[in-house]
Design a protein around this ligand. Sequence first.
Ligand code: LR7
Ligand code: MN
Length: 549
Amino acid sequence: MKHVQIKDMKKEKKSINCQILRELNDELLAFRKKRYLDYKTSESKRTGPGEKGKAVILEGEEKALGEKLYKKEAFNIIASDKISLQRSVPDVRDPGCKNIKYPKELPTASVIIIFHNEAWSPLLRTAHSVVNRSPPEYLYEVILLDDFSDRPELGDKLREYVAKTWPDGVVKIVRTKERSGLIRARLAGAKAATGDVIIFLDSHCEASEMWLEPLLARIKEDRRVVLCPSIDNIDKMSLSYGGTGSSSVGGFWWSLHFSWRPIPSHEQNRRKSSVDPIRSPTMAGGLFAADRKYFFELGSYDPGMDVWGGENLEISFRTWMCGGKLEFIPCSRVGHIFRSSHPYTFPGNKDTHGINSMRLAEVWMDEYKRLFYMHRKDLLGQDYGDISGRKELRENLKCKSFRWFLENVYPEKFIPDENVYAWGMVRNPATNLCLDTLQKDEKITFNMGLFSCQNGASANEVFSISIDNELRREEGCLAHHSGKDVPLENCNGAKSHKWVHDKEKGTIKHKESGKCLDIAGVKSGGTVVVNPCNGQDSQIWTFEHYLNL
Ligand code: LR7
Ligand code: MN
């Protein structure tokens, strides 16, 4: 008897608690909804520097100060400080986005903004933009994840600002106990989060109109997608918010740096409309959304990675290889300040991108890690720590091979030593000079150089002659148009990019003009040319490796 009574009392108490909670929740939600609507209705009337995402042009002393501080901050902090923390930004979405109806019932989101010594105004502008442009019924919380900053204003002043500005507690501060680096900082944020979906942002972003709903709706549809908003450029000097469009996807260089590339035709053909999700082989890293539980099922992050770099390709390869999909969502737009350098320290001055990339190559890239080390010979033999946990994860999740990833997700990726007639150093035996990029930026056209052959020591001397008859690097093809010049241009299948190598004679002949690649008396450090074919030693070349196709 007694026993039953206690049980009933407990039940009653529980239901009273629930009632209170529900009322509290309703009140909280009403408060948040009012704040959201107040901002929304006033947004179009806002005036002041930088409103509507316009550029802030400084003059005189302010300009000079902005330029001086640029060295420290890697962006124009004076321009940023002049702009309201709640500024309006333009709606740069595809007009088709406005016709999409999203379900009323959507999962809730925890937005995690990680930072280490971020400047005040971009950090708070990020937080405000999220609260102001996320419907309160979907925004569960914003977590400011402080990775052990030591800028004085990010201590008590920040805590007081947050408590005063968002008394309802929607914005929370979580601080790491030591400098963790962005990877472990994100992990700490994800562990603290309790919403259905987690969304990571860098601490110098601005979320724009309706950025949240398309992400949540797509995850509701398929919990095994990892989604990136389309990233708009916030200019690092003027802070103007520019719609950079959503015409790119992510790729990578074999040196394991991230790259932007045009949407490939097979993906354009697969999509039915310009507002459909865009499948991307990789993500840039900073801005993405995932079902919280799925994020952990998929192996969250490699906690052995330090400070900066590599985690973006690691999560990209892993998502695809282990059964998920990576997509860019054109109707979700978030701005990001692309800074010119890292305005924070790298403890121990370590090359964290290099070491983190070793970890990812060793765990995920199978035999293709050879192409990473071809670019990073300096890393061979370096200690990358224990990766047994990550290897186990790959086993447990029964992930596919890296070859599968290349063939199915990134078929247009050029593999320097596959599907080529020959590759490696391209040597002129008479002079012992080799084709060499001379370390120039290969995204920009330049005339191809020559340098004394480095005998495999330098990735600058690795070229391939592909089965499409391109004499090429990873993205760049040697071309010839007029005069004697041999520029390196972005490969696009053009006739001017086709060459034929005669292994017996040793010539490399430009198909369109019939001219031959020629040293023509140039010294190491000069540029290679074409001349009418003459059978002379200066037109004789050997490749380091020939494949039997
Ligand atoms: O030790 C650190 N602890 C941190 O919390 C170092 C950094 N951070 C924070 C930092 O304050 C910032 O908010 O981590 C965030 C990212 O650092 P950034 O802004 O210096 O990085 P980034 O924008 O130059 O670099 C891109 O690649 C990185 C690889 O590790 C991360 O994935 C970044 O998030 C990523 N940024 C983007 O993807 C934004 C879009 C840009 C592009 C392309
Ligand atoms: Mn950033």
